[in-house]
Design a protein around this ligand. Structure first.
Ligand SMILES: Nc1nc2c(ncn2[C@@H]2O[C@H](COP(=O)(O)OP(=O)(O)OP(=O)(O)O)[C@@H](O)[C@H]2O)c(=O)[nH]1
Ligand SMILES: [Mg+2]
Length: 435
C-alpha cells in the first residue's frame, strides 16, 4: 500500500459519527450551490460532425427552437475546417452560453484519410487553452470562457448500409477525447423496417471496431430507468426542419411531402424528442462533468507527463511538483554544461585545424611562390641595371651629338670664312691684271 493510502486509512479510523442536537443549517448547501451556479450561468459546447448538407444547422435550430445564422457550405473545399459560433441563450432565469461548432467541407475531399485531423486538432486546442489557463499563476477560471467540447453529435448518412470508413476512423480517433452521440440524419428518408436493421448494423460495427460512444449514465437512480431505455435507442434517427405546419391548434415543426407530413417532435415519426431529452434536459450536466473529469483529465495527464512531470519517482515514491521541477532544472543545467564543454572542445579542435591549415599554406607559399618572387626580383635588378646603362649610353651619345653639331657649326663658319677670303683674293688678282 502506498504511504498516502496508509495515512488516509489512519485518518479514517479516527473519524467519529456525531448526531446534531438541533438544526444547524448546512443542509442548505445544495441550494447555495444552485443559486451560485444560476448566477454564474452555464456553458455548453456542441460539436456537429457530418457531411456537407446533412442537416446539421437545421437540427441545431430544431433542438434549441430558434434560428441560428448559418450559410450552406460548398462541396469544393480542399480541406476540412471547423467553424464555431457562440450564443447567449436564456430560459426562465437560467443563462446558457452555447457554442456550436460545425465541420465545413467534411467528406468532400477525394482523399478522406485526414478528415478527422482538423477535428482532433480543434478538440485538443480547446483542452490546451484550458490547461494553459489552469497553469497560470494568476488564473481566472471562474470568468474563463471554457470552450472544451462537451458533446459531439456525429451525423450518419441515412444510406441504410452501415457506416462509412470515414465515420469509423473519425469516431475511433475521438472516443477518448469527447462524448460521442451518433445520430442518423434525415431519418425521414429511411423506411421503418430498414431503420431498425440500419441501427443494429451501426451498433455492431461500432462494437466490432472498438469505438466507445457516450452511454447515458445509469448510476443516478432518478434517471437510471430512462437512461437505460434510451441507451437502447442509440443511434437516434432524427429529422430537422425550419418549417411549421398547423396541427390542430398548434404550429408544429414539420416537413411536408406530397404524400404526408413528418412531425419533428412526434415520437412515432422520429427520435428527435429522445435526443433533445437526453442531450439537453437529462444529461447535459453529466456530459459537462465527463468532459472535465474524464476526457480533459486524460489530456492533462498525457500533457504533464510529456512535459516530464510525474506523481512518483523511479522508485515509485511520491514526489512533489517542486522536487520534479528541481530535478528537471539540475538535469537541464547538466545538459547545458555538457553542451558548453562540447562546444569548447569543438572550438579548440577547430582552432588547431585552422592553424595546421595555415602552416600548410605557408609551406606551399615558400615552395611554389617564393622562387618565382626571387626570379622576379632578379629580373627587376637586371632591368634596373639595363635602364642605368641605357641612360648613360644615351647621355654619352647626346654629348657626342652636341660635340658633332659644334664641330659642324665650326666647320661651316670656317668654310664661309675661307670662301670669303677666296673671293677677296680673286678680286684683288683681277685688278692687278687690268693694270
Ligand atoms: N429530408 C430531410 N431533409 C433535411 C433534414 N434536415 C435538413 N434537411 C434539408 O437538407 C438541406 C441542408 O440542410 P442544412 O441544415 O443546411 O445542412 P448542413 O449540414 O448544415 O449543411 P452545411 O452547413 O452546408 O454543411 C436543407 O435543404 C434542409 O431543408 C431532414 O431531417 N430530412
Ligand atoms: Mg450548416
Amino acid at each position: 500500500m502506498a504511504a498516502v493510502e496508509v495515512e488516509r486509512a489512519k485518518l479514517e479510523a479516527n473519524l467519529r459519527n456525531l448526531k446534531l442536537s438541533g438544526h444547524v443549517g448546512f443542509d442548505s448547501l445544495p441550494d447555495q450551490l444552485v443559486n451560485k451556479s444560476v448566477q454564474n450561468g452555464f456553458v455548453f459546447n456542441i460539436l456537429c460532425i457530418g457531411e456537407t448538407g446533412l442537416g446539421k444547422s437545421t437540427l441545431m435550430d430544431s433542438l434549441f427552437n430558434t434560428s441560428f445564422e448559418s450559410t450552406p457550405s460548398p462541396h469544393s473545399l480542399p480541406s476540412v475546417k471547423l467553424k464555431a459560433h457562440t450564443y447567449e441563450l436564456q430560459e426562465s432565469n437560467v443563462r446558457l452560453k452555447l457554442t456550436i461548432v460545425d465541420t465545413v467541407g467534411y467528406g468532400d475531399q477525394i482523399n478522406k484519410e485526414d478528415s478527422f485531423k482538423a477535428v482532433v486538432d480543434y478538440i485538443d486546442a480547446q483542452f490546451e487553452a484550458y490547461l494553459q489557463e489552469e497553469l497560470k499563476i494568476k488564473r481566472s477560471l471562474s470568468t474563463y470562457h471554457d470552450s472544451r467540447t462537451h458533446v459531439c453529435l456525429y451525423f450518419i448518412c441515412p444510406t441504410g448500409h452501415g457506416l462509412k470508413s470515414i465515420d469509423l476512423v473519425c469516431m475511433k480517433k475521438l472516443d477518448t477525447k469527447v462524448n460521442i452521440i451518433p445520430i442518423i440524419a434525415k431519418a425521414d428518408t429511411i423506411s421503418k423496417t430498414e431503420l431498425q436493421k440500419f441501427k443494429s448494423k451501426i451498433i455492431s460495427e461500432l462494437q466490432n471496431n472498438g469505438v466507445h460512444i457516450y452511454q447515458f449514465p445509469t448510476d443516478d437512480e432518478s434517471v437510471s430507468d430512462v437512461n437505460t431505455s434510451m441507451n437502447a435507442h442509440v443511434p437516434f434517427a432524427v429529422v430537422g426542419s425550419t418549417d411549421f405546419v398547423r396541427v390542430g391548434n398548434k404550429m408544429m415543426r414539420s416537413r411536408q411531402y406530397p404524400w404526408g407530413t413528418v412531425q419533428v417532435e412526434n415520437e412515432s415519426h422520429c427520435d428527435f424528442v429522445k435526443l433533445r431529452e437526453m442531450l439537453i434536459r437529462t444529461n447535459m450536466e453529466d456530459m459537462r462533468e465527463k468532459t472535465h473529469c474524464r476526457h480533459y483529465e486524460l489530456y492533462r495527464k498525457k500533457r504533464l507527463e510529456q512535459m516530464g512531470f510525474s506523481d512518483v519517482d523511479s522508485e515509485n515514491k511520491p514526489v512533489s511538483f517542486q522536487q520534479t521541477f528541481e530535478a528537471k532544472r539540475s538535469v537541464h543545467l547538466q545538459e547545458l554544461q555538457q553542451k558548453e564543454d562540447e562546444m569548447r572542445q569543438m572550438f579548440v579542435v577547430r582552432v588547431k585545424e585552422k592553424e595546421s591549415e595555415l602552416k600548410d599554406a605557408e609551406k606551399e607559399y615558400f615552395h611554389n611562390v617564393s622562387p618565382l618572387l626571387n626570379h622576379c626580383l632578379q629580373l627587376h635588378g637586371k632591368f634596373d641595371k639595363l635602364k642605368k646603362d641605357h641612360t648613360e649610353e644615351k647621355k654619352k651619345l647626346e654629348e657626342s651629338r652636341k660635340k658633332l653639331e659644334d664641330d659642324i657649326l665650326e666647320f661651316n663658319r670656317r668654310k664661309s670664312q675661307i670662301a670669303q677670303q677666296a673671293q677677296h683674293h680673286t678680286l684683288t688678282l683681277g685688278k692687278s691684271k687690268k693694270k
